[in-house]
Design a protein around this ligand. Structure first.
Ligand SMILES: O=C(N[C@@H](O)C(=O)O)c1ccccc1
Length: 337
């Protein structure tokens, strides 16, 4: 087929990864400065209704940490395994971010902790915040922290805390708490949705560094909120009917004048909306493109990632456990008919 020169819509790359990587629930994905794809998965563990008690305490601690490598590095062109690490460390992997030096920033919802590991991977973290298996909402504890985003210009980092807190916390590169904001969304709200600055599961973070903003996938409110990174002041909101009721993950890419990639989730109530990815123009919230791996769409997309100067977008799912690669139709490998 002729390459559609004008067709820049994202299409799934067939047979990527080429091999079955045997991953568990894939909760996080990030692209490192070298353009490799890193995924965070749960091996043989799943997060289900029995994982936590009513006080948000993890119930399977006696199983010990996951005994397979939970961080897997993939070659971007073939999806082949480059390297893996993280055996014997994590209990319930969740968020994964990588900074400009290739360090890993990870959250574990069972441990209620945030970790920084070196680009080489390791068994001992460079930084560990929160108290292992102790949920809390003070300055020293998280409650199922969901994600991290790093401001490479200062080394400051942001934590989406989390499933059982409703706040964004800003830390300096050495882990000192600088700022925090956010409150649980009130139950009743009008058509315009809950007030900005309130959350219902701040689930994923994207750093729009060139804009000086950090954006949050406010999951159960089906929207993305952005805040200025200096004082945490609300700057803008993205909420479209097409998103349906839940937005699981958000990614910012400065290309194309600045876009967000986001994935929604299965509709829980009301008319089912397609489960798909969206490319949204940052300046005005216009949906530029939607993407899905098959006609049926995704099942349970959980994170999305891309990198500057790279047109690929990656999505991971927690059931079935998948890693997908999307590229613009006019960049698909040549199809000789
Ligand atoms: O949201 C949930 N899980 C996902 O986000 C995840 O697995 O990260 C969840 C919530 C309640 C019970 C069981 C699972």
């Amino acid at each position: 087929a002729e390459r559609g020169m004008e067709d820049s819509s994202l299409q799934v790359v067939e047979d990527w990864p080429a091999q079955n990587l045997g991953l568990g629930q894939v909760s996080g994905v990030a692209v490192c400065p070298a353009g490799h794809v890193h995924v965070f998965h749960r091996g043989d563990r799943v997060w289900d209704d029995s994982s936590f008690d009513d006080e948000n305490v993890y119930q399977q601690q006696d199983l010990g940490p996951i005994q397979t490598d939970t961080v897997v590095e993939l070659d971007p062109s073939t999806g082949d395994l480059v390297r893996s690490w993280g055996k014997g460390i994590f209990f319930l992997p969740h968020g994964l971010a990588m900074d400009g030096d290739g360090n890993y920033w990870l959250t574990d919802t069972a441990m209620h902790q945030v970790f920084k590991f070196p680009a080489s991977g390791d068994s001992v973290p460079l930084l560990a915040l929160g108290e292992a298996f102790q949920p809390g909402s003070d300055d020293k504890h998280f409650c199922k922290p969901a994600d991290v985003a790093v401001d490479d210009s200062t080394g400051d980092f942001f934590v989406a805390d989390g499933y059982c807190n409703s706040r964004i916390m800003k830390f300096s590169k050495d882990g000192s708490l600088l700022l925090q904001w956010g409150h649980p969304s009130p139950q009743g709200h009008g058509l315009s949705g809950p007030p900005p600055g309130t959350f219902s599961v701040p689930h994923s973070l994207a750093m729009a560094r060139d804009r000086g903003e950090v954006c949050v996938a406010d999951r159960e409110n089906g929207r993305v909120q952005c805040f200025d990174i200096k004082e945490g002041k609300f700057t803008r909101l993205f909420r479209e009917r097409e998103f349906g009721g839940r937005v699981f993950a958000v990614d910012y890419n400065p290309d194309q004048g600045g876009v967000l990639h986001l994935v929604n989730g299965p509709t829980l109530v009301g008319a089912a909306m397609p489960v798909e990815g969206f490319t949204v123009r940052f300046n005005d919230g216009e949906i530029l493109d939607t993407f899905r791996p098959t006609a049926r769409g995704f099942s349970q997309p959980h994170d999305v990632a891309s990198a500057p100067d790279d047109s690929a977008v990656y999505v991971v799912e927690i059931g079935p456990n998948k890693v997908w690669k999307f590229v613009p139709a006019n960049e698909q490998p040549n199809v000789i008919l």
